[in-house]
Ligand binder design. Structure first.
Ligand code: NAD
Length: 727
C-alpha cells in the first residue's frame, strides 16, 4: 500500500504525500486511510518531527472517496457503517488535536494541508481537520463538498467542521448545493486559509509549520467560549437561519431527498452539543443515508454509470475518432448551440445557414453566451475572441471541405433534410460522418437520402444545448460502428453524457416524456384539478409538472407531434382525449410560455403567475383521485415506456435508460432513474400497481411482459442486467 508516502527533511518537517498508483486522481480507500493514520502517528511520536505537511504527488489533491468503499461499508450493515465512519472521525480528530494536551491546549504539532489543485469530498474534509489549508493558485482547481449531488452528504466531519467554521448560513451553499469554488473564491468564502503561487506551495507550507504557535493549532470549536458564527439554533439570529433553512430545503427538495433532510438534522442537532458528540450525530445520520436505497441508486446512476458512459462504456472498438473540424447546418436555436459547445471545446466549426444573416445570428448566439460568461467573470475577452475565431458563419457549402463530422439541425422536414444531406455529401470527403439532430424523424428513413448510410447517424441534443448535458446517439439500421464511435468521441470532447439507442419513433427520451405530458393533460380532461396534477408530479421529485413542461416546450409543438403520430399510427392512435385539450388550447392561442399564455398564466414579463383559470371553466372539477394514484399514473406513464424501450431493443443498457432519464428530462433524480425506481419498489409491486391502473384507467398501463416475468422470477433490473453490462 503506497497511497501515502512519508519523508522527514533536515528541518524536522515531515511530508506525507498522497499519490495513488495508476490513477490520475487520488481517491481515498479504507486501507489508505489506515496508512495515513499510521503515518500521522509516526510523525506525532517522533521527537525529531516538528510538524507535518499533507500534500499530493499529483497535480490535484483528491477527487474524494473511492465509491467502492461506500459500497463495501454498506454491505456490512448499519453497525459496520457507523463503526467505519467513527474510525475515520478518530483519525481526523487525531490530526486536528495533533498530540496537544487538551487541558492546556498546548504541545500539539502543526499539520498543514497543501493543495496543489482540486480537492473534493474527503479531499477537503481531511484538510478541514488540519490546522491550516494552503492552496496553489490554480484557477482550474475545484474545491468543495459535492456529496449532496450524488445523494449523500459529507460524512467524514466535513458537515460538522464547515458549519462550525463558517456558520450554518454561509456553509449552506457548500453543503446543500455542493457548490465548488476555485482556490481564490474558496479563500474568500473562508473554506481555505491561503492561496499562494503554485511553486511556493510547499515552501509556504513548511514556513507555516515552522512558525506555528500553540494557539495556531487550536480550532475555534476547541477553544473555550466558542460561539457558532451566525448563531446556534436557539440564538435569535441562528433561530432565523435554522427555521428558514428547513423550509427552504423542503421547498426545494419536496422532501424526497433523504440526504438533504439528514444533513439538516446533523447540522441542527450537532449545533446543540459539543464537537465530539456532533461528530457522532453526523455519523448516525450518515449511516442512515447510506442505508437508504435512494443514495445507492443516485451514486450508481449519477456518478458511477454516468462516468462509465462518458468514458465510452458502449463505444465500439474503433480507432480514435476525435473530431477536428465540425460542420453544422442550420444556425437556428439548436445549430447555434451545437456550434457554441463545439467551439468552446476547441473544435473548428463551419456554421451554415440558407442566408448569411441567419448564419451570423447563429454565431452571435455564441458571442452572447460568452458575454454572459464575461459578466460572471468566468470568461476573458481573449477567450471570447479565441472561441468566436473558431466559428466560420457562412452559406457556402464548399467551406465544409475537411470536416470529419457534420451535424444538421435544419427544419424538422424530411425533404429539407434530404436536400441538405445530398449537398453536404457533395462537399465533404468520403470519410466524413453525417449526423442528424432530428428529434422525431426515424434515422433509418432519413439515411435513405445518404449515399453512405453506414456513415449516417442521429446525434440528438436537448435544448438549450449549452445547459443540457445529455446527448442521445441514435443508431440507424445501417449505421456503422465508426459513425457511433465518432459521435461518442464528439460528445466526449464537448463534455456531455451520451447514451446510444437504436432507432424507433421518438428514440428514448421523447418516447418517455410524451406519455408523461399526455397523462397530465388527460387528467385535466377528466376533471382532475390541474394543481393536483402539477403538485403530485413535484412531490414525487419531477422538476416540472407535465403542464408546465408542455408550456415550456410549446403547445403547438405538442399539436404538431400529435398530428404526425396520429398519421403514422392510424386507428391504433390512443391519445384522442389528450388532443382534444391540446388542440383546444392551441385554438385559444395559448401556445405556452413563448406566447405568454398556456396551461399557466404569465405576466407581461413572462413570469409564471399560476395555473390559468380558464382551464377550470372548460374542464370543470369532476374527479378527486388520491395523491398516490395521480403519482402512479404520472410515473408509470414514463417508466413503462422505458421498460418497453428496453424490451424492444431501443435501449440496450439499463444504465443508459436511467442516466438518460435523469439528465434528459429530469426523471425523479432521487430514484436513480426509471429502472432503479422499479427495483426499489420491486417488480411484483410494480405489476400490482399496473394492474390496478389498467382496471381504472385503461390498457396503456398494461405491465410489459418483461416486468411480469421479472415479478414471477423475483428479479430486479440491476440484478438481471448487471451481469450483461457490468454496472
Ligand atoms: P430552428 O427553426 O430554430 O432552426 C432551423 C435553422 O435551419 C434555421 O436557421 C433555418 O434558416 C435553417 N435552415 C432551414 N433549411 C435550411 C437549409 N436548407 N439549409 C441551411 N439552413 C437551413 O429549429 P431548431 O429548433 O434549431 O431545430 C432544428 C432541428 O433540431 C430540428 O430537426 C429539430 O427537430 C431538432 N431539435 C430541436 C429541439 C428543440 O428543442 N428545438 C431539440 C432537439 C432537436
Amino acid at each position: 500500500m503506497t497511497d501515502f508516502t512519508y519523508a522527514v527533511d533536515a528541518d524536522g518537517v515531515a511530508t506525507i504525500t498522497w499519490d495513488v498508483a495508476a490513477k490520475s486522481m487520488n481517491v481515498m480507500s479504507t486501507q489508505a486511510f489506515a496508512r495515513l493514520s499510521d503515518l500521522v502517528d509516526l510523525g506525532l511520536a517522533d521527537p525529531g518531527v516538528k510538524g507535518m505537511i499533507i500534500t499530493s504527488g499529483k497535480k490535484d489533491f483528491a477527487g474524494g472517496m473511492d465509491l467502492n468503499v461506500i459500497a463495501e461499508m454498506r454491505a456490512g450493515g448499519a453497525q459496520a457503517i457507523f463503526d467505519g465512519v467513527m474510525r475515520m472521525h478518530g483519525v481526523l480528530r487525531k490530526i486536528e488535536l495533533a498530540g496537544m494536551d487538551f487541558k492546556t491546549r498546548k504541545g500539539g504539532k502543526p499539520i498543514v494541508a497543501a493543495l496543489p489543485g482540486t480537492a473534493l469530498g474527503i479531499g477537503l474534509e481531511l484538510p478541514l481537520a488540519c490546522h491550516r489549508i494552503i492552496a496553489a493558485d490554480n484557477p482550474k482547481a475545484k474545491i468543495g463538498l459535492p456529496e449532496i449531488m450524488v445523494g449523500i452528504f459529507p460524512g467524514a466531519g466535513g458537515t460538522t467542521r464547515l458549519v462550525r467554521k463558517l456558520g450554518a448560513m454561509m456553509a449552506a451553499p457548500f453543503l446543500l448545493e455542493g457548490k465548488l469554488s476555485d482556490p481564490k473564491a474558496a479563500k474568500m468564502a473562508g473554506l481555505i486559509d491561503e492561496v499562494v503561487a503554485p511553486e511556493a506551495l510547499l515552501v509556504r507550507a513548511k514556513e507555516w509549520v515552522l512558525a506555528a504557535k500553540d494557539a495556531d493549532l487550536v480550532k475555534p470549536w476547541d477553544d473555550k467560549g466558542y460561539k457558532m458564527p451566525g448563531g446556534a439554533p436557539y440564538h435569535p439570529a441562528g433561530f432565523m437561519t435554522f427555521v428558514g433553512a428547513n423550509a427552504m430545503v423542503l421547498g426545494k427538495t419536496m422532501g424526497v431527498y433523504p440526504a438533504a433532510k439528514a444533513l439538516l438534522g446533523a447540522v441542527y442537532e450537532g449545533a446543540l452539543v459539543p464537537f465530539d458528540v456532533a461528530l457522532r450525530i453526523e455519523a448516525r445520520h450518515f449511516t442512515g443515508v447510506l442505508l437508504n436505497p435512494s443514495s445507492t441508486a443516485m451514486i450508481r446512476s449519477l456518478f458511477i454509470n454516468k462516468e462509465a458512459l462518458e468514458k465510452g462504456a458502449n463505444r465500439p472498438a474503433v480507432a480514435d475518432q476525435s473530431v477536428k473540424k465540425l460542420g453544422v447546418i442550420g444556425a437556428g436555436m439548436m445549430g447555434a448551440g451545437i456550434a457554441y459547445v463545439a467551439a468552446l471545446a476547441g473544435i473548428e466549426v463551419v456554421l451554415i445557414d440558407a442566408a448569411q444573416d441567419s448564419a451570423d445570428r447563429g454565431k452571435a448566439h455564441s458571442a452572447d453566451l460568452l458575454d454572459k460568461g464575461i459578466q460572471r467573470r468566468k470568461v476573458t475577452a481573449e477567450k471570447k475572441a479565441e472561441v468566436l475565431g473558431r466559428i466560420l458563419a457562412t452559406t457556402d457549402y464548399a467551406a465544409l471541405a475537411g470536416c470529419d463530422l457534420v451535424v444538421e439541425a435544419v427544419f424538422e422536414d424530411p425533404k429539407v433534410k434530404a436536400e441538405v444531406t445530398a449537398k453536404v455529401e457533395a462537399a465533404v470527403g468520403a470519410e466524413c460522418i453525417f449526423a442528424s439532430n432530428t428529434s422525431t424523424l426515424p434515422i433509418s428513413a432519413l439515411a435513405k437520402a445518404s449515399a453512405r448510410a453506414d456513415q449516417f447517424i442521429g446525434i440528438h441534443f436537448f435544448s438549450p444545448v449549452d445547459k443540457m448535458n445529455l446527448v442521445e446517439i441514435i443508431r440507424g439500421k445501417q449505421t456503422g460502428d465508426r459513425a457511433v464511435a465518432k459521435a461518442l468521441d464528439f460528445v466526449r470532447a464537448i463534455r456531455k453524457t451520451p447514451i446510444v439507442v437504436n432507432d424507433a419513433r421518438f428514440f428514448y427520451a421523447n418516447r418517455c416524456i410524451i406519455p408523461y405530458i399526455n397523462e397530465g393533460i388527460r387528467m385535466v380532461a377528466e376533471g382532475v384539478a390541474p394543481a393536483l396534477v402539477e403538485n403530485a408530479a413535484k412531490l414525487v421529485g419531477m422538476p416540472l409538472g407535465p403542464l408546465q413542461l408542455v408550456d415550456e416546450t410549446s403547445i403547438d409543438l405538442g399539436v404538431k407531434i400529435a398530428k404526425a403520430t396520429r398519421a403514422a399510427m392510424g386507428a391504433a392512435y390512443p391519445d384522442g382525449a389528450v388532443d382534444a385539450v391540446l388542440f383546444w388550447m392551441a385554438d385559444q392561442g395559448r401556445l405556452g410560455k413563448k406566447s405568454n399564455a398556456g396551461f399557466y398564466a404569465y405576466d407581461a414579463a413572462g413570469k409564471r403567475e399560476g395555473l390559468w383559470t380558464g382551464l377550470a371553466v372548460q374542464y370543470p372539477h369532476a374527479s378527486d383521485p388520491d395523491l398516490t394514484t395521480v403519482q402512479h399514473r404520472l410515473l408509470m406513464a414514463q417508466v413503462l415506456e422505458a421498460v418497453r424501450a428496453l424490451e424492444d431493443g431501443v435501449l440496450t443498457d439499463i444504465r443508459e435508460g436511467d442516466v438518460g432519464a435523469i439528465l434528459g428530462w429530469g426523471f425523479a433524480p432521487w430514484s436513480g432513474g426509471p429502472f432503479a425506481w422499479l427495483d426499489m419498489i420491486g417488480a411484483s409491486r410494480a405489476v400490482e400497481i399496473c394492474d390496478a391502473l389498467v382496471q381504472a384507467h385503461g390498457a396503456r398501463f398494461e405491465a410489459p411482459k418483461l416486468l411480469r416475468d421479472m415479478a414471477a422470477q423475483v428479479q430486479s433490473f440491476y440484478g438481471r442486467f448487471a451481469a450483461q453490462k457490468a454496472a
